[in-house]
Write a protein that binds this ligand. Sequence first.
Ligand code: ATP
Length: 849
Amino acid sequence: MSYQFEKLLSENCNHNSKDVSEDDFENLSQTSSSILRENSLDELPFLNNIVDLETKTEEHVTAFLKRRYVNKQIYTWAGQTLLAIHPYEDIVSNYFNDTSVPCIDSIISKIWFRLSRNIGKNNQAVVISGESGSGKTYSACLAMKCIARFQKNKKKEPTDNILWQAWSSVPLLTAFGNASNEHNNNSSRFGKLLQLQYSAGTIVGAYIKTFLLEKSRVTGPNYQEGNFHIFQQILESVDDDTLANLYLNKDTAYKIAPKPENYLKSTYSETVKSLKILNITELNEILTILAIILNLGNINFFIKNENGYIAKDSYKFLIYASKLFQIDSDNLTQLLVTKTFAAKSKGNKRDTLYTSPCINKEECKERRNCLMRFLYNNLFLWLVERINEQIYAPESHKLIGILDVYGFEIFDTNTFEQLCINYANERLQQYFVNDHILKQRNELVAEGFSVDDIDTTEYSIRVGLLDGPVSVFGILNEECAMKRFNTDVFVNIRLADTLRSSKYFDTPGNNFSTCFVIKHFAGNVTYDTKTMLYKNRDKVPEEMISFLKDCKFPFLECMLRSSNDTSSNKTLLNKFTKSLDNLMQTLNQSDVHYVKCLKPNSFQIRGYLDEAYFIQQLRSNGIFDIFKLHFQNFCIRYNFERFIRKFSKKLYNCLQNPLKSEFHLGKKYIYLTEEGYIAFELLQYISKSIAARKIQKYWWKHRERRNRAAVTIQEFFKRIFFKKKRCSIENFIELSKMSSDIPLGRDESLTSTTSENYFANSCRKAEEYLRAHQFNRNYEGEQLSLTLEKHFNSLQTKPFKRVLFSGDHIISYNRLAEIPVRLHLSKTCIPYSNLLPKSELSKGLADIF
Ligand SMILES: Nc1ncnc2c1ncn2[C@@H]1O[C@H](COP(=O)(O)OP(=O)(O)OP(=O)(O)O)[C@@H](O)[C@H]1O
């Protein structure tokens, strides 16, 4: 046991509850550990964590995962990382509501557990990674569904529920940001980090951060690929009248929106519903922008005498687009077929602007495409901003991040977008290995665990090759900054000359090739430098912005406000690298949980796991490195002081033997497995209940004794009081007797007035007596007055026959009531029982009132 910990234990020995005996703990700990053992056996009919395998060779692990996959067990733990194999069939429902097996739900329950008990960092994140089409977005949706089940206040109307609104953003952003490609008919063409704001068991807000939309797709997807789903949705589902207002027609072939074989039949109604849930009312404006893009895409050009012109057959589309822009068609023509450039003027004068015609069709097309990309990208950013306005809670809260970025991509032709996407995956993989595996390894070694070496240099070298000082990005950015005329071949030669020494870089083909190869963690990808510089510059001509500002369509102004700073000289790679740096910072502030999505084969066939293909994914994902860290099962750690404050020394002493394997004492921390932590909490709870019950028992005993003592004292005092009272009544009776025993007629000096005085005196004394004894209309008082009344009336004193008492007053002493009178001095449950019938009042008690 660590010295520090021992010291703390001895310092804190007074901390324990004295009510619970060591034996109680002993018994409890035995019971609970046996419960835990039984549970784990019940819950794990098969092994479900590959670190528990006895033989951990690559072949063994693959065979084990294959067996699970064939048994339709698509989820498996690799330490604390969840492996999810794409089933290519709908079997996920088997896992619903069962957190005992590895699945997305178990990750979310872990996160919920941590947040609700303040374990670990304030923020939690799920990083879902994998190749394109491996099921990342699907897993992200499952995670959100699971959070919805966990959160409190389920009864709230769905429309008031932030999570419901955040959930509605999924089909909306899918429609605008997903498209079909050869790997996946619903491939995300942007990266997304959804941050859910958590407070006291509820999601109170959310925020969506997006990364680099593949905007080049909007000008026309690659062969057999689709454009963003929204275009098909409009052309298929919007009614004819609305389409006519948008200058669109179902019979027209729109070049940018081909229908690939495997296109996703997503529904427009779902998109509209999501807009409604998110209170986005600008549906018409959105449709107009999309209609402009569709019409612009059909505009063709021809060149005559080195001047660009709009082709006659496509002139109508130009007219439609300018009507939708609400600007004169000549302005649009001018924008598309001429270019403006600024020439430096002498002195401090402003630059002079010159206009020159586009000299070839490609230039005209590029200007048109630039306008379409700019419009679509800004529409997308505006949409994300509007969603965030609706779902964001301004107060700071704990965060649950769900990161779903585009998956690693290898196509026949890979260009700038694939370079960015694969770079993002490379960064995430590097983060996983460096900040998750390596950091843990070093900490574990420092804490006394013995862990094998893990070589992570290859991941850093590859990231350095892409974005370091001498790197692919460095050269592309430099070429953009120099603004010199350079061909794609030249850029490729420069890349090859500079980076040839790296073992992760290669240049296939001859000197005129425009291709280079990067050996990524997930495979070799051949990139084409064609259009790379152009796309990297990401420049929107000034005159295009002025044109949009001149248009009378008011929505354009709102949209431009959400746009990025177009005047900035930063390249797209600069911006993208920066956004990924921010993402890494966000992850650094969170406890990160990993879901690695894997594809069983490259043919999208269900029930078949291609071992060679699969093993490569495991290798490149760093899954085999996880074996070296199987200590990471100790996923909860406390520093000693907090541990002792939370649990007690006695609890620790009792549990250290039965739960020996569930915790580890390091130099700074005590490490617990989740089972260990639950056992500690369970026993602490039970021990507190025992202590509480004991305290209750003592308290009841004490109260009983106190009550009994009070009763004894009361009895004693009552006895004395009654004795005294009886005494004083007797005295009074004696006194009254004396006053009434006046010998009438015998002594002439004693007149009737004298006798009357005597009687009146007696009565006054009787009243005083009653008052002095605190006559308060209670039973005792009543008894007393009745006793006195009886006594007076037995005296037969002349001329006063009867004396009638009410409380501490004599109310009648000159004549008897002619009817039997009962005076009720306290309220009874019989209504009006304290009143006499009116008819009887005059006869009996007229002098009373
Ligand atoms: N566990 C699963 N059960 C059933 N279908 C699934 C499962 N996982 C994924 N799918 C389906 O597979 C397809 C691809 O999944 P998804 O879009 O989530 O992949 P992705 O990794 O996000 O791809 P990309 O990186 O291209 O966006 C989708 O149609 C999805 O519905």
